[in-house]
Write a protein that binds this ligand. Structure first.
Ligand SMILES: [Fe+2]
Ligand SMILES: [Fe+2]
Length: 264
């Protein structure tokens, strides 16, 4: 885990980064929205369990949380969900019904604490409305991003993520060429289906984000990005026709293992 920091007067990021051998680092963020009814967005990686809970406690007393918004049930988002629900007894778990169903195959999700939400639906958290939004790219059918109307921030889940050559605290610190390359690789690696899309159809989805015009994009897999929406949308528009990502195969693994042996 990296050090939590504030991105707006009432939003904190709980950042971490995951090394990807031979490629760089993937940011993995959770967020706390200090709304009248405080919200935790996602729960980090299970391998960071102790550190994650400490980072959360440094930002808010988990007992004060009223909502835990799970954007989808992938492991890099659900890592500490059970611990968080224990530490935050007053919090309800906001998730898509299918995410809850899928998680229920692994652990007994407390159904009386669950709040089911579909894209387009909203919850009120006291001082603002949070609306569930399906981001333009997603790697899991249960994905619900968030548009926070008060802060005009879009929590874009896996969309707008990037593999970076070194960890950064803010998207402004990343060289533009590295950002474009890292975002394009991530988009194709995480969403191989993007190449089956009609580029015009995909652009219509991007236009929805353009109309939303968020001031800030908070992706799980990118440092906070202010005033970069148009730049990002232009970048993503080219992804359907870009080169498909091919994951390393066994020959690549053997080469990597050989290098590790040689080096150690
Ligand atoms: Fe995902
Ligand atoms: Fe993810």
């Amino acid at each position: 885990m990296d050090k939590p920091h504030q991105v707006t007067p009432d939003i904190d990021v709980l950042p971490a980064h995951f090394p990807i051998p031979g490629m760089g680092f993937l940011p993995i963020n959770a967020f706390v929205i200090k709304a009248a009814e405080p919200v935790l967005v996602d729960t980090g990686m299970g391998m960071d369990s102790e550190e994650f809970m400490k980072a959360l406690e440094s930002v808010i007393d988990p007992q004060d949380l009223r909502w835990v918004w799970l954007t989808h049930d992938d492991a890099d988002h659900t890592g500490n969900i059970r611990k968080v629900l224990e530490a935050a007894p007053e919090a309800r778990l906001v998730a898509n019904a299918l995410a809850v169903l899928r998680m229920s195959t692994a652990w007994p999700v407390p159904m009386d604490r669950v709040y089911w939400l579909n894209p387009g639906e909203s919850i009120s958290v006291g001082d603002r409305k949070l609306t569930a939004v399906r981001p333009p790219l997603f790697d899991n059918p249960t994905t619900i991003g968030i548009y926070d109307e008060k802060s005009e921030v879009f929590f874009s889940v896996d969309s707008f993520g990037a593999i970076l050559s070194s960890p950064a605290q803010d998207a402004d610190e990343i060289r533009e060429v590295d950002l474009s390359r890292g975002m394009s690789i991530w988009a194709t690696a995480d969403n191989p289906w993007v190449h089956t899309l009609e580029p015009n159809k995909f652009s219509q989805g991007l236009d929805k984000i353009r109309q939303m015009a968020p001031k800030m994009i908070l992706s799980t897999h990118l440092p906070p990005a202010r005033n970069k929406t148009e730049q990002f949308l232009k970048l993503l528009a080219d992804v359907p026709t870009s080169e498909p990502f091919v994951a390393p195969n066994q020959a690549a693994l053997e080469q990597m293992l050989g290098q590790m042996k040689g080096g150690g």
